[in-house]
Ligand binder design. Sequence first.
Ligand SMILES: Nc1nc2c(c(=O)[nH]1)N[C@H]1C(S)=C(S)[C@@H](COP(=O)(O)OP(=O)(O)OC[C@H]3O[C@@H](n4cnc5c(N)ncnc54)[C@H](O)[C@@H]3O)O[C@H]1N2
Ligand code: MOO
Length: 405
Amino acid sequence: MTAATSIACAATIGFDEAQAIVRKSCVPLGFEFVPLGKAGRRVLARDVVAGIDSPRRDCAAMDGYAVHSRDLAQGVIRFRLSGESGAGGPLPVPLPPGTAVRISTGAPMPPGADRVVMREYAMIDGKHVILTDRGGKGHVRRRGDDFARGQTLLTAGTRMDARAMVVTAAADVEGVTVWRRPRVHVMTNGDELVEPGKAAMQADTVPDSLSEALTLIARQWGGKLTGMSRATDRIDSLRDAAQAALSETDILVLAGGASHGHRDLARAALLPLGLRLAFAGVAMKPGKPLWYGRIGRTHILGLPGNPTAALTTARLFLAPMIAAMSGAGFASALRWSSHASSLALEEGGDRDQFLCGVTQGNTVRTIERQQASAQMMLAQADVLVERRAGVPAGPAGSVLQCLRF
Ligand SMILES: Nc1nc2c(c(=O)[nH]1)N[C@H]1C(S)=C(S)[C@@H](COP(=O)(O)OP(=O)(O)OC[C@H]3O[C@@H](n4cnc5c(N)ncnc54)[C@H](O)[C@@H]3O)O[C@H]1N2
Ligand code: MOO
């Protein structure tokens, strides 16, 4: 973290500088061993190494009959049936020449047999089978064909998705070493806020539309929610809620009370708890009041209360913070992609702008009336569109950088 600024002289810094400060400050938290059943979506801190060969023995790739290819080459078509090999069954005995064994996909090949004839090319004739396929394919999977014991199958940094889960289980590995998940506490504040569903009954209240959304973002990016609280616009309410959360929290996210009003007290309330501010105010739109600091080891991210501003800054700061602290890397949450604008673009303003956009194939349309306080446009937007400060106006078709929202 750069030299802490006091609340009184908090300065506005650039968007890139703000991201760089947060990025530098957020490192993985340490690792733990978890069983596979608890490893979903976690990030590997150690490679996954195969504990066995796969397949474990030479085995059939098709249902049919295992034979010596030499017999087929010599023109034998009528084979004496000498038993069966099934996956998970007893190991087959060596196959005498001129005989065939009925075999299932995945079952071990009898020693000596090197060819499977698919059952579609077989006709049973009493205790014999007539095999008519002379084609080139052996239909045998060799031991270790897919992977061999001791081979590295997944490297540290991989997120455990369903595909990684298949590979790990196939490697006969019962658990994995993963990065610890950052514990996140989401705190909103505002005297007007009530639980969704309770506003219609109380005049002048506003449904708290951020608590559940921020919780979801925290979970989506690999955080572990340890608490939610809703404070009023009073210093002691904010301070007490923060203090109660601090001991079991790696990231405390506060929404609201970030700006300059006489009731915007989030930073002031946390100063007595030892808040060291890194920045307060970022030259971005929306999100100007965004602030960040630390209390001891806990990261404190202060989001503006305006809902679209809160969600935009959460996507651009909270998501990569969690990704970095959970081992996936800050940049893994910031994969921008190019889309052609379907509209002509105005010149960029004096702050870096992040607009709500709607993609359609390779094109993107920025939503017309953008407001930090808006909420309905979030129902349509699927990306944030970057418009840097001062960029020149551009015609439709101009390429824009977009981030899945
Ligand atoms: N004099 C100035 N006023 C404002 C400035 C400024 O620079 N100078 N900045 C504006 C900007 S930009 C933003 S963004 C807002 C953000 O202000 P706060 O972070 O202090 O947010 P609040 O005042 O607490 O709330 C603003 C607005 O959002 C609603 N809100 C807050 N939390 C929630 C929630 N959990 N669910 C739903 N809605 C929420 C709140 O009711 C207010 O309407 O400040 C400008 N002002
Ligand atoms: O910066 Mo505010 O987030 O525009 O409304």
